[in-house]
Ligand binder design. Structure first.
Ligand code: SAM
Length: 283
């Protein structure tokens, strides 16, 4: 395989296990004129491990505009550049989108060099449906914003996937239990491909209890997967209707919330009332 000039290669790097760098990624990283890395200090040990001595330059969210112009200039002059992030696939909750879009706008070829990605790794082992899924990235940082975000997803039938860090994992799982109901089935994957790789599954109440009781389970990097809304439930309410009902239920009794949601959305009052009771029972 030879490297083409004037091409941006978007190269996946390992999410833990260094054995997951593909031979093609290694070859591309050795052969390009420049590697644009999210954090050069972070990537240097990886590159050293593989004997890659290609010049490195920083490309992160704080210098994105400036760095982007430099990269585009070099690509237009025929240089080849590899974009990498700290771990996994660039652009997946990582920098790179403006650069790739600008390349596409200018007719600069962008070539994927796929490999590790935490969302795909987690889906591949969670035991939840993967034919259709929704990737939500990192949940909002404050509890109120998170609950609002989750409530908008309560009636979503596809498997939901979130990233989370050790600082917020307990708070996020607790908020998930509030919004999706304690009985919703979920899977928590931690430290995938690393020494302390763990997979916990059960209801959100189970997961919350386990990680609350064992602080070790709050350490590392996480992908949280939530089972989609069961078909009986999903059939009954459209996501916007469910969201309205959830919000009103926080403010008023079930009967009034159902009546008001019916007025606002056109959904049948009785159906809303039954659904609200199911939610209150944690179903
Ligand atoms: N671009 C990366 C990818 O392709 O997965 C994701 C980068 S994002 C800034 C970092 C988040 O990805 C972590 O907070 C965690 O939610 C998830 N993540 C990355 N590596 C992981 C791992 N080994 N195990 C579990 N989750 C991981």
């Amino acid at each position: 395989m030879s490297i083409e000039s004037g091409v941006l290669y978007v190269v996946a790097t390992p999410i833990g296990n260094l054995g997951d760098l593909t031979p093609r990624a290694e070859l591309v990283l050795k052969s390009v004129d420049l590697i644009a890395a999210e954090d050069t200090r972070h990537s240097r040990p990886l590159l050293q491990h593989f004997g890659i001595h290609t010049p490195l330059s920083a490309y992160h969210e704080h210098n994105e505009r400036q760095a982007l112009e430099k990269m585009i200039g070099r690509l237009e002059q025929g240089e080849s550049i590899a974009l990498i992030s700290d771990a996994g696939t660039p652009l997946i909750s990582d920098p790179g989108f403006p650069l790739v879009r600008e390349c596409q706008n200018r007719g600069i070829r962008v070539c994927p060099v796929p490999g590790a990605c935490a969302v795909v790794a987690a889906l591949s082992v969670a035991g939840l449906p993967t034919d259709r899924f929704v990737f939500e990235g990192f949940p909002a940082r404050t509890s109120a914003a998170r609950i609002k975000q989750f409530e908008a997803l309560v009636a979503e039938p596809r498997t939901l996937v979130f990233y989370e860090s050790s600082h917020r994992v307990l708070a996020t799982v607790s908020d998930m239990a509030v919004a999706f109901g304690e009985q919703r089935f979920a899977v928590l994957t931690r430290e995938l491909t690393k020494t302390y790789e763990t997979l916990l599954s059960g209801t959100l109440a189970d997961l919350k209890r386990i990680i609350e009781q064992d602080p070790m389970q709050q350490k590392g990097e996480f992908v949280i997967l939530i089972a989609g809304c069961a078909p009986e439930e999903a059939d009954s309410l459209a996501p916007e209707v469910a969201r309205t009902l959830h919000i009103l239920l926080e403010e008023m009794p079930v009967k009034r919330a159902a009546a008001l949601t019916a007025k606002l959305t056109g959904e049948r009052k009785n159906r809303l009332y039954d659904q609200a009771l199911l939610w209150q029972k944690g179903k």
